[in-house]
Design a protein around this ligand. Structure first.
Ligand SMILES: NC(=O)c1ccc[n+]([C@@H]2O[C@H](COP(=O)([O-])OP(=O)(O)OC[C@H]3O[C@@H](n4cnc5c(N)ncnc54)[C@H](O)[C@@H]3O)[C@@H](O)[C@H]2O)c1
Length: 248
């Protein structure tokens, strides 16, 4: 029970990695707010977790909108009393080659990943600072570390998350708050196309030394460690859980 007594907000928790992390946190004793644009699906996952004995709630929220985020954090505090752990996991892709990418594709991806993470951290940081304790886990990607083709918006957003993580780690270090990032590689709806489309499938698989994609449940333990008391001296780091895809 590494997270007993702790309260976690996990964004993008209606499916994929976020849902797996929410379940793993509950299994370690945390009370969890599952936050997602898809409020019904987030609440459905939370309801299934409650049926298994967890304390969990689904909250609808667009992390790109500050008012939504402030209301979501207020609802979490009202329900569970505080926020100890924030996982900035919500994400979207809007792929296009550079010469075809529209402003809308560019703006929407930056808004969810970068501005969304900023809104959420700004909303929870004061409470964490007051209690001198916090665990923040951002989600980056191999695309943000080594680049990719056809997703310059996503790659830029994920590289920005690395800078965001390092700066927040420095600013918050003396307040008992550690801030890290995970670069995952998991079989989720987001990776459906590159995992199944023959145009991408084999090329991507060749880049993963382990030779396969992970299930989201295999990635979740990394998030558990970074959310735990044991991560107190680990901050500003990017941990890749990607089967070795970004070994350099
Ligand atoms: N799956 C991978 O291999 C992989 C690799 C690298 C990075 N990532 C990152 O991991 C995170 C989770 O990815 P996933 O694969 O589980 O994706 P997913 O598409 O399965 O889930 C993403 C969730 O985020 C939610 N979401 C989207 N926009 C939102 C918004 N504005 N506000 C609130 N919620 C919103 C979606 O509704 C969805 O439930 C993302 O940040 C993604 O970029 C995933």
């Amino acid at each position: 029970m590494q997270l007993a007594g702790k309260v976690a907000i996990v964004t993008g928790a209606a499916q994929g990695i976020g849902a797996a992390v929410a379940r793993a946190y509950a299994a370690e004793g945390a009370r969890v707010a599952l936050v997602d644009l898809a409020a019904d699906r987030a609440e459905a996952v939370a309801a299934a977790m409650r049926a298994d004995g967890a304390e969990a709630v689904g909250i609808g929220c667009d992390v790109a909108h500050r008012d939504d985020v402030d209301a979501m954090v207020a609802a979490t505090v009202q329900r569970f009393g505080q926020v100890d752990i924030l996982v900035n996991n919500a994400g979207i892709t809007r792929p296009a080659m550079l010469h075809k990418m529209t402003d809308a594709q560019w703006d929407s991806v930056l808004a969810v990943h970068v501005t969304g993470s900023f809104h959420c951290l700004q909303a929870v940081a004061p409470g964490m600072m007051e209690r001198n304790y916090g665990r923040v886990i951002n989600v980056t990607s191999a695309a943000g570390l080594v680049g990719t083709i056809g997703q310059i918006n996503y790659s830029t957003a994920k590289a920005a998350i690395v800078g965001f993580t390092m700066s927040a780690a420095r600013e918050l270090a003396k307040s008992g708050i550690v801030v890290n990032a995970v670069a995952p590689g998991a079989a989720t709806p987001m990776t459906d196309t590159i995992r199944t489309d023959p145009r991408f499938r084999d090329k991507y698989l060749e880049r993963i030394p382990v030779g396969r994609w992970a299930e989201p449940q295999e990635i979740a333990p990394v998030f558990v460690f970074l959310a735990s008391a044991g991560a107190a001296f680990v901050t500003g780091q990017v941990i890749a859980a990607d089967g070795g895809m970004t070994i350099r």
